[in-house]
Design a protein around this ligand. Structure first.
Ligand SMILES: NC(=O)c1ccc[n+]([C@@H]2O[C@H](COP(=O)([O-])OP(=O)(O)OC[C@H]3O[C@@H](n4cnc5c(N)ncnc54)[C@H](OP(=O)(O)O)[C@@H]3O)[C@@H](O)[C@H]2O)c1
Length: 276
């Protein structure tokens, strides 16, 4: 049963909490100078755009990759172009010990961890009746276990520091049943991480913010396949896939002091796909 109006009128000790001591000027709020961000899946696609956005705003970036070692070159390019510190790390997010070790290595190398962008993902887009159990387990390992591993070990650092910020790349597939290709396992993994992120926003309320970004189709390796691309154009109100430059600003917003009152949010950026 909810509290009565009289019970609610009693002030609770420690509330309201103070406003943050952040700049009032919005361009100052977006600056990432002095902050350290990990982005995984950072060699290409959405993750690379996120790493670029953070570096363009003056932040230091640890670019995590699994198989695409272009991350090493990209890290060097970003450091040169924006006069920030960067480093590439090879880590498979399905390996909990590797994630724990690499989070510790980032803290050793950079001295702190302010933002973790859990962006790595994979999809084997098939109906469950055509999917093998190994394919199911593989998607669960990357999309679910991988996010849990990253959240757990980044979260331990956030709690120790007394501050932190986790951003999870989910998908509009956590909200709708994509058409025309049935892919219940991928969609289910994304529904898990969306709800997981919201729950962490509450669990970590005293020391960290947690938010979720749910992209629609973006023109990357994981974007609309030949089998569904024309339907993707038809379903998106804007009539196309997104370009990765059209989403990095949202990651920067959530990573920066522009969003200090935003936690537990799930932001859909899908060109209007889920309106239908
Ligand atoms: N593009 C879309 O239409 C779309 C829509 C909704 C959601 N998303 C989500 O957006 C995120 C980024 O995808 P993207 O579109 O940018 O495609 P992408 O360029 O293929 O990025 C996927 C990234 O995940 C990394 N990855 C895969 N397995 C990994 C593992 N075991 N350990 C560590 N990293 C691993 C890959 O790293 P390596 O290349 O180094 O192996 C790759 O950089 C994914 O979570 C995806 O589900 C994408």
């Amino acid at each position: 049963m909810s509290m009565s109006i009289e019970e609610c009128a009693v002030a609770r000790p420690g509330f309201p909490k103070p406003f943050p001591e952040t700049p009032a000027n919005v361009t100052e709020q977006f600056k990432m100078s002095g902050k350290v961000t990990v982005v995984n899946g950072a060699a290409d696609g959405i993750g690379l755009a996120v790493a670029e956005g953070i570096a363009e705003a003056g932040g230091h970036v640890a670019l995590w990759y699994n198989s695409n070692d272009m991350a090493v070159t990209r890290a060097e390019e970003l450091a040169r172009a924006h006069n920030v510190k960067t480093k590439a790390y090879k880590v498979n997010v399905t390996d909990a010990e590797a994630v724990q070790r690499t989070v510790a290595a980032v803290v050793d190398d950079f001295g702190q961890l302010d933002v973790f962008v859990a962006n790595a993902g994979t999809a084997i887009s098939k109906p469950i009746l055509e999917q093998t159990l190994d394919e199911y387990k593989f998607q669960m390992a990357v999309n679910v276990d991988g996010v849990v591993h990253c959240a757990k070990y980044a979260g331990e650092v956030f709690r120790r520091q007394g501050r932190g910020n986790l951003i999870i790349t989910s998908s509009m597939s956590a909200h709708v049943v994509n058409v025309p290709v049935d892919q219940p396992v991928y969609n289910g993994t994304k529904a898990f991480v969306t709800q997981f992120g919201k729950c962490l926003a509450r669990e970590w309320r005293d020391f960290a913010r947690v938010n979720v970004i749910s992209p629609g189709f973006f023109d990357t390796k994981m974007g609309a396949s030949d089998r569904c691309v024309h339907e993707a154009y038809r379903m998106a109100v804007l009539g196309r896939q997104g370009h990765t430059k059209e989403i990095k600003g949202l990651y920067l917003y959530l990573a920066s002091d522009a969003s200090t009152y935003t936690t537990g949010a799930d932001m859909i950026v899908d060109g209007g796909y889920t309106l239908a």
